[in-house]
Ligand binder design. Structure first.
Ligand code: PLP
Length: 391
């Protein structure tokens, strides 16, 4: 059989049909599974085969379809689905680490990811935070006891792009496991595993659902890591993805590539058109040649992604006027949706960061994060331009 291309995999990989031969993937909304005999139950608890399930916290046929489809897309041997992106991040790190271990992580992390690292600290894991774009800092932070490296390949909201290949080389010299939170890169533009990542984590809540319905997450990795390291932790701590949500994610995956490519093309057009606009002091987008990591972004994603970050002139007041004047683009803090969404990080997602941290991460009062949707690009540009006139 020839290797399927991404768009074929997104529609067909992992599908399991019941005896009814249903076209659309079935939702197996069941907690448990019935055994033909006591002997069969005993055998399954000793070792469950690929189509044998025990309890939905351990696995479920609909959830398994989603996991296998994600592993096929990401190019990993296996995957484990979780109830949210944060359950995936927490599981990927906590399952691997123990007291006395050392972790090096990029400083520009999603707030909840930073919090997970804080919790690990309480249990005796030492964490060193570095500027993710500075390879010398990664090198200097690595030690013999460094067990894992954690990073967001594209940071939120300032869209710094981390050189995954170089960081993975540095980490692997010390035998550390490289865990990449790849939400902003999206599965469509991900080459994380080819670049050297050992474990790739997604919040499926974002582009994979793509229509703002369900929370979900997934961890992709080797069979050994997923089944021997991660699964024992996750199946006993209860972060299982609901079969209904797994089904929504499967349906989302069918159109993922179409949506994300349209979103990225819209984002590129918006970044190019608004660059140099009098009401904007900065347009940050990895697809612009002037972006500090433009070359790395092109090498490791082949596109600039679906998010554009703008700095509105006039600080918070200017940013608020801009947001309030938008008609199509909605004010909300999610991203990756088919609808365009804008947020003001300094007063929402990053509100609780101390002022000096905000400065360090470049989260200025005028900064807004625009998650670009699939709407008509002419309509989007007209909406953005009109709202900028109101600043
Ligand atoms: C949203 C997000 C998460 C958390 O995902 P949830 O599904 O909301 O739990 C983790 N990392 C990044 C980069 C995200 O954008």
């Amino acid at each position: 059989m020839t290797e399927w291309k991404t768009r074929t995999k997104l529609v067909h990989s992992g599908s399991r049909r019941s005896q009814y031969g249903e076209m659309s993937e079935a939702i197996f909304l069941t907690q448990g599974f019935v055994y033909e005999s006591a002997e069969e139950a005993e055998a399954r608890f000793i070792e469950a085969g690929p189509d044998e399930f025990i309890y939905a916290r351990y696995g479920n046929p609909t959830v398994r379809m989603f996991e296998e489809r994600m592993a096929a897309i990401e190019g990993t041997e296996d995957a484990f689905a979780t109830a949210s992106g944060m359950a995936a991040v927490n599981g990927a790190l906590t399952a691997l680490l123990k007291a006395g271990d050392h972790v090096v992580a990029a400083r520009a992390l999603f707030g909840s990811c930073l919090y997970v690292l804080e919790i690990l600290g309480r249990f005796g894991v030492e964490v060193t935070l570095v500027d993710g774009t500075d390879l010398d800092q990664w090198r200097a932070a690595m030690r013999d006891g460094t067990r894992a490296v954690f990073l967001e390949s594209v940071s939120n909201p300032t869209l710094e792009v981390i050189d995954v290949k170089s960081v993975a080389e540095i980490a692997h010299e010390k035998g550390a496991t490289v865990i990449v939170d790849n939400v902003f890169a999206t599965p469509t533009f991900s080459k994380a595993v080819a670049l050297g990542a050992d474990v790739v984590v997604y919040s499926a809540t974002k582009h994979i659902d793509g229509s703002g319905r369900c929370l979900g997450g997934v961890v992709c990795g080797t069979k050994n890591y997923i089944r021997k390291v991660l699964e024992p932790y996750l199946k006993h701590t209860g972060a299982a993805l609901s079969p209904f949500n797994a089904w929504v994610m499967l349906k989302g995956m069918e159109t993922l590539d179409l949506r994300v490519r349209t979103q990225a093309a819209n984002a590129q057009a918006i970044a190019e058109t608004l660059s140099g606009h009098a009401k904007l002091s900065r347009v940050i987008y990895p697809g612009l040649p002037g972006h500090p990591q433009h070359r790395i972004a092109m090498d490791q994603m082949g596109a600039g992604g679906t998010v554009v970050t703008l700095e509105v002139a006039g600080g918070q007041e200017g940013a608020f006027r801009f947001l309030n004047a938008l008609e199509i683009v909605m004010i909300s803090n999610n991203l990756g949706d088919a609808k365009s969404i804008i947020t003001h990080p300094a007063t929402t997602t990053h509100q609780r960061l101390p002022a000096e941290q905000k400065v360090l991460l470049g989260i200025t009062p005028g900064l807004v994060r625009l998650s670009v949707g699939i709407e008509d690009i002419g309509d989007l540009l007209a909406d953005l331009r009109k709202a900028l006139d109101a600043v």
